[in-house]
Ligand binder design. Sequence first.
Ligand code: BEZ
Ligand code: FE
Length: 282
Amino acid sequence: MTQFFTEGDSVGSVNARMGDNVNPRLRQVMTSLVSHVHAFIKDVELTQEEWDFAIHFFTKTGQICSEERQEFILLSDVLGVSMLVDAINNRRPAGATENTVFGPFHVADAPVRQMGENICLDGKGETCVFEGRVIDLNGNPVEGAHVDVWSDNADGFYDVQQPGIQPKWNNRGIFITGEDGQYNFVGIKPVCYPIPNDGPVGKMLDAIGRHPYRPAHMHFLVTAPGFQKLVTHTFVGDDHYITSDAVFGVKKTLVAPYEKTEGGEGVWHSRFDFVLTPITDN
Ligand code: BEZ
Ligand code: FE
């Protein structure tokens, strides 16, 4: 039967066009996508002007993307989509360290550094010693884990946002655990910063009365053979933005101690153990 498009059966009209030999998962995803997008448009009775505005918004979002800037990831982050996809795909057993948003500022192949080395190359900020262990669910140390770390500098920018201003690899490095599973390095006590907000996503946040700030955090990517990749941060608990992260990355279990130890001459310490989840067959 020929299906002409009608408002009432708009979803059926579109989904009926799908071919017979379509990958089953693609069929499921596309059918559901059409159904939800149409339901949204009907729910808000979208006007022509609003749809034109949306097309313009997506066009601008694509146009601002470059090697250094990924506006679609930012859009996904501020809408909570990145965290939701991450949550669905990283359900972990009790006791395992939780994932959070990866963000756009990781750079692959950072320098491998010796335990205890200082990753802060611009001399700015309050010194902080990061230390702890990489362990499995039974508390056994994980040897050979790569602890890849990155943070903003004291001015709230990652090195890749300020080429020529910050030294390359500022506040980044990879530390490889020995048989005791321990890691330690020197960095700075992280500071809060706004996500890039000079593009369409920033304008959208402004229009809906949201700030662009992330609470202070240190990024960790921990990998080891036989274990699930851990993409996480440790957060500074008393940060002003701890309960209003622009990208919804804060989890209770990831709020870490950041303490000034007595007699430590103003040096901060943050101790955190990373508990890895084994890769299983199912
Ligand atoms: C970050 O933590 O580096 C980040 C995460 C999401 C969007 C922008 C930045
Ligand atoms: Fe960050």
